[in-house]
Design a protein around this ligand. Structure first.
Ligand SMILES: Cc1cc2nc3c(=O)[nH]c(=O)nc-3n(C[C@H](O)[C@H](O)[C@H](O)COP(=O)(O)OP(=O)(O)OC[C@H]3O[C@@H](n4cnc5c(N)ncnc54)[C@H](O)[C@@H]3O)c2cc1C
Length: 578
């Protein structure tokens, strides 16, 4: 049976199942979904190449996780700044580093073995250009030699990481500019994304805020080109036609519990301390919309390998959004949703960590998975079997123990609580009251007796009451370890402080979900590929929603946005491929 699609063309009955629109509300050459580290570069590049561009963003402001990020960008391959500081780098060296099968972490997990060579080659070849492009579009980098400070430098054999200066942009974390004395030296994602927003507007990119993509229209469910997207704008549905391309830059899937559990069944609902949220969500909407029209996923090991920041130890306690490098302050536009700043932990000797049943599970000073293991390979010989052979095997199982659960048949480890007393509060200089802690939503409790504290812990994710006797026994046993100087249960080095002086506190300290490193299958040109290995004409993706590239964040996203924007602009009109 023949029907007409939204462009008035004749299509098969299959097309009707895709709910193609009867007409289009808007149209542009290129539609970009998501105004983050991928989407803004993609939109600007396509616009400057002569395309009309509509950029839809679900949130009321641009930026995505990128604007809340640390702004550390490991673009290398021989940038001008690397040359200036005598650092010898090249696209070939960058490619070799990011595909070196022999880089293995101290817990035995390889970082790069499963990277897609085609995708990494494209990154290596476009890295210098992306850096120059960012500078040309207003991003100011801190004036110093590239380094290897951040988690993005894993396996890098030369320093590549540069840092976006925050300048005088009001920061999304505080609502205020940084102190003038540090504006040129502090690295921040605000210093990356605000200049790109200005550049996008100047170039004539049309940015539609509070427009959430809900569907990607394709001619038929598994055939033909993409035609456009559907968006939700405050409850109203709009259909926007793309004449050349749709670019997905929606930022990954960590906020979608069902989606993330395809990679790791342990990551159940209680892992609600999502880095970068509540500024923007990573709800897998890009992946799901593309999968609904046939797209494949790619490089799934990169999501589950025990390296980097896919899951992290919290840095703050007593609040929901407790990623170690991000604190939301009362001046932030999203503070009503973040609800508390959290208490930063300077010394994990000041607390014990217990599970839902009030039992310790690991040495509290233990860390998360290693994120910069190049320096732990000494000597590092590229591609050599000796790298793994000479590595001192040091399993790092804090997170695995936290996620292990309580033997009740459920997936997920349940809440983890930091338990401490008033002397710890004094040592850490904490203020255990709102807005520093989140009492109202049940992420912080206090009581004068440990038994009462356990009974008070009632909140959404505490699916079993904490037996008061358990908490009392746990604390008494821990205090005996402080006396003896030996943690007989978990080997915490020299337990230092008893928990003995009321009031006592229980603060949310559950691990945080952070990076998405597995997503849609793309090729070197960031074109999305389907389950049969065929291109989906007109569909592109980059950043955390794309798979095949194990690297933390901004370099991957900005570079793939740059590649996708160029490729989309150069693509023929979509009708030509029908
Ligand atoms: C606290 C923190 C610190 C970090 N620090 C660093 C660092 O120093 N260095 C580094 O390299 N990386 C860092 N990262 C990671 C880096 O920020 C991300 O990897 C990067 O921003 C990913 O880019 P993206 O374009 O894929 O997604 P994002 O930048 O998150 O952008 C995605 C955008 O898409 C929008 N969106 C999602 N779904 C829809 C939809 N259906 N319709 C419309 N819009 C939608 C979102 O609202 C968002 O604005 C950090 C991240 C965080 C959270």
């Amino acid at each position: 049976m023949s029907m007409r699609d939204g462009l008035g063309r004749s299509v098969s009955a299959d097309a009707q199942e895709t709910q193609l629109p009867r007409g289009w509300d808007r149209e542009a050459d290129v539609i970009v979904i998501g105004a983050g580290a991928t989407g803004l570069p993609a939109a600007i590049v396509a616009r400057e190449a002569g395309c009309s561009v509509i950029l839809v963003e679900a949130e009321p402001d641009i930026g995505g996780h990128a604007i809340a990020s640390g702004g550390n960008v490991p673009l290398g391959g021989g940038t001008r700044v690397q040359q200036q500081y005598g650092i010898e780098d090249s696209p070939d060296l960058l490619f070799r580093d990011l595909t070196d099968w022999s880089v293995v972490g101290p817990n035995g997990f390889p970082d790069y073995r499963y990277n897609d060579r085609e995708i990494i080659r494209a990154f290596a070849d476009n890295s210098v250009d992306t850096f120059e492009w960012l500078v040309a579009h207003g991003v100011v980098f801190v004036d110093k030699a590239p380094d290897a400070l951040g988690g993005t430098s894993v396996g890098n054999s030369v320093p590549r990481e540069m840092h976006c200066a925050v300048m005088d942009w009001p920061m999304v974390q505080t609502g205020m500019p940084a102190d003038p004395s540090v504006q040129k030296t502090r690295s921040s994602g605000n210093g990356l994304m605000r200049p790109l927003e200005v550049a996008a507007k100047k170039a004539g990119v049309e940015i539609l805020l509070e427009h959430r993509m809900t569907r990607i229209h394709r001619q038929a469910p598994n055939a033909g080109p993409v035609l456009g997207i559907a968006v939700d704008h405050k409850g109203a549905k709009l259909d926007i036609r793309a004449r050349k391309a749709v670019i997905i830059g929606t930022g990954g899937s960590t906020g979608n519990v069902n989606f993330r559990r395809m990679f790791d069944p342990r990551l159940t609902e209680e892992y609600c301390g999502l880095a970068g949220m509540p500024w923007s969500d990573q709800d897998a909407s890009g992946e799901l919309a593309a999968m609904a029209i046939g797209a494949a996923l790619w490089g799934l090991y990169n999501q589950t390998g025990e390296f980097g920041a896919n899951v992290t130890k919290p840095g703050s306690i007593g609040c929901q959004y407790n990623y170690r490098n991000l604190q939301w302050m009362p001046g932030s536009r999203v503070f009503d949703r973040a609800r508390a700043t959290g208490l930063r932990v300077a010394n994990w000797q000041n607390v014990i960590l217990v599970n839902m049943l009030g039992r310790r599970f690991y040495d509290e000073t233990g860390g998360q998975f290693i994120a910069n293991n190049y320096n732990s390979l000494d000597p590092y010989v590229p591609g050599s079997y000796l790298n793994a052979k000479n590595l001192k095997y040091e399993p790092n199982n804090f997170l695995n123990a936290a996620l292990a659960g309580i033997d009740d048949g459920h997936n997920g480890g349940g809440p983890i609580w930091a338990i401490f007393d008033s002397e710890a509060v004094a040592r850490e200089n904490w203020r255990p009251t709102p807005p520093h802690v989140d009492l109202a939503a049940g992420f912080f409790f206090s009581a004068n007796r440990l038994a009462d504290l356990a009974e008070k812990i009632v909140m959404r994710y505490q699916r079993q009451p904490m037996p008061p006797a358990n908490l009392e026994t746990t604390v008494a046993r821990y205090n005996s370890f402080v006396d003896s100087g030996v943690d007989e249960d978990f080997g915490k080095p020299q337990p230092m402080y008893k928990i003995a002086t009321p009031p006592f506190y229980a603060a949310w300290a559950t691990p945080v979900v952070h990076d998405t490193r597995a997503g849609l299958r793309i090729n070197a040109g960031c074109q999305v590929i389907d389950m049969n290995g065929a291109l989906i004409p007109g569909l592109y993706c980059g950043g955390e929603s794309a798979g095949g590239f194990s690297q933390h964040g901004l370099a991957r996203a900005t570079c793939q946005g740059y590649i996708a924007g160029k490729a989309a602009a150069a693509a023929p009109p979509l009708e030509a491929s029908i």
